[in-house]
Write a protein that binds this ligand. Sequence first.
Ligand code: DPP
Ligand code: ZN
Length: 864
Amino acid sequence: PPVILREDYRPFGWLVPEVKLDFDLGLTQTRVRTELTVQRNARADHAETIRLNGDGLKPVSVSVDGAPADWRMDAGDLIVPLREDAHLIVIETEIAPSANTQLMGLYASGGMLCTQCEAEGFRRITFFPDRPDVLSVYTVRMAGPKAVFPVLLCNGNKVAEGDKGDGTHWAEWHDPWPKPSYLFALVAGDLVANSKPFTTCSGREVECNIWVRKEDLARTDHALASLHCSMKWDEDVFGREYDLDLYNIVAVSDFNMGAMENKGLNVFNTKYVLADADTATDADFDAVEGVIAHEYFHNWSGNRVTCRDWFQLSLKEGFTVLRDQLFSQDMRGEAVKRIEDVRILRAAQFPEDAGPLAHPIRPDSYREISNFYTATVYNKGAEVIRMMRSMTGVERFRQGTDLYFERHDGEAATCEDFVKAIEDGAGIDLAQFRLWYRQAGTPRVAVAQAVEGETLRLTLRQTVPPTAGQPDKQPMPIPLRVAVHSRSGALGAEQLVVLDEERQSFSLPLAGPDPVVSINRGFTAPVLIERDLARDDLVFLAAHDDDPFARSEALQELAVGHLVGAASGTLSDEEQAAGETAIIGAFASSLADNALDDAMRGELLVLPSETYLFEAMAGSGGTGERKADPGAIHTVREGLKAAIGTALAAELAALHARASAVALDDPAGRGARKVKTIALGLIAAADPARAGDLAAQQYDAADNMTDRQGALMVLCGLDHPARADKLAAFYDRYKDNALVVDKWFTLQALSLHPDVIEHTRALADHPDFTMKNPNRVRSLYMAFAGNPKGFHSADGEGYRMIADVILALDPINPQTAARFVPSLGRWRRIEPERAALMKGELERIMAAGKLSRDTFEQVSRSLE
Ligand code: DPP
Ligand code: ZN
């Protein structure tokens, strides 16, 4: 498959101002008639033909200006000769939705029809210039059997409908906003809506609908409320008003992504719509709120201003992730949300940036764009824009985004356009900052300090590690919020320093004797801080820092240093004991600190993830001597949990009891549920029998999914008599609810149980398992690939299982199959024996031949 380069971008030779589509809908066969009004693009080179992209399509007929056209095919695309400056092209195609297992284009899901067109799915419906810089006004007519498809939806507004009297009916929809083909959507099915109007800031009433299957209607209130909150928030915080009279969201159970922001007709994975306390955890509620907001915010950052080409994906995704993060911070509290977001970045993006698939947030090349919907483009992209916001301040940043929307409304823009608008609107020079768009790799910042009279001299040195195709890097501007506290207890004032050279010193005022530096507060920059702070200083920061993020960070730093040292076998017995004592002491303080609420306390009681510990252990850029040893990391981390559970047994039991007494709808209930299960997990590491009893009690007493799932998670890792009982009871209770059955699979695949591999293998034979449903595949195998114990089993069985999944899934759903490759792709940073096994599995996949473009690209890059 060819490599596509960012610098090869050329404007398309034709404009397509108007598109008319006519669908004759059927589950097994759908006929599509496409009318394209095309005009020569004065801003492009003269063209003798038009290339209309197609993927797996054969034209039934092609005409130009009413006469049969002299068309030809070129690798799936339709080439039509055009002589004049304007033409009308009419094409008929026929597609088979129920045979579409890739879930791209028009496909069948649970008896309904729906679409997914981003990034290149529209070309599986009809021939079209399927690129985001071709913007058209769409009019869509669809007809189909009324009994099968009582509801017919499309982008924009419904302008006409009718009954043909022969059991079929039709509807016509018109979307007044010009849009690229990736934002097209169509849904036909037996659906009902939860509906409530929203009145915009200018007084317009918008009909808001959440469309689901009838049996799911009772679980849609949270999604609808989240949509209203998002609409209001975007008016208040970014000055963005909604621009149609209708906003439809449809939930479908077969979906590759989380959700899709199609203009006026979002299509969602059911996972991010349905929620009630009986079936969804508190975290699920938060995820629904966050994804609803994300897709809503795309209406401006993505739809009104879209991307010129797919290399600019972070233009809409990075910015929209930042917007949804800020929204959730406002809804639920800044500190906890920030800690969660940083945890995700470290678990998902840092490994990507340090591995063979590392790419800048604006990539330079790809073979298959689906592979670039990554944590780098999304989450690091959001961090990069967050840094601009930290440097300009909130108000000037808003002036920048206002200018961006005003300048580029209705356009397909670039990341450069965005940076320029922030630069002009906020009044800041971002010349050097643009490096963040070009350079991959997580920068490392080494910190040294020296007291000089009344001030502290802070010396910072940055290195950006080499990554695939980018051996040499330049220093980037790294904004860091810093405060210099004193061990006497006096807290220093916070200030922002920007490190924009390789090495730089800053003079900061002292707050008192024995300074302790609190750095990268709030995680202002997505970097790794390298420093050797005394244990006591970290304990001090963990207990006293006035920035809650910095408190949790100090505890993480303490635990990472200790666990990596222990896993590498470099600690003396004395250091080992001192480290453990310090961490236990810090946990004890968090348990005892009455000023903390439970939501924040919970964050302070979570040890760094094993994935993050691999990164810390493997050193910089994958070239360091030291490799990550998953077996050793797992052992020392579980050992530390056991030590904490033993030393703080009474406190943890008391916390579990206190939290268990808080009622479901108590405002403190959420935090209580969080610490309840965290306490249970620590108790389980120390005293499995006791924890098993407590978990069984928690399960039986539960009146909500958070407690039930938490109890079951702990039980799943234990050899306790209640394990099998509760798993069976859970399945029995929820066997008709696919999303909860997904949880049942995940709990077992993610468990700490010694037999997790056998359990996972057996679950693949369960009658409810299928490779055709992405949620189900992820619930079992993505969970397993994220289970460090099972996946990194020393005999390589875990690696083999995931490679088998990739091979089996690739012909069915390549996009989802390719998502499993990065877990194996990290082999270079892992100790040699496991690395050889991982690499061996990648080579086995490669040797199988006939791979999809998606999987081929990921596997070949992982072996380079
Ligand atoms: N649906 C995906 C998202 O919203 C891709 N746009 O991020
Ligand atoms: Zn998005």
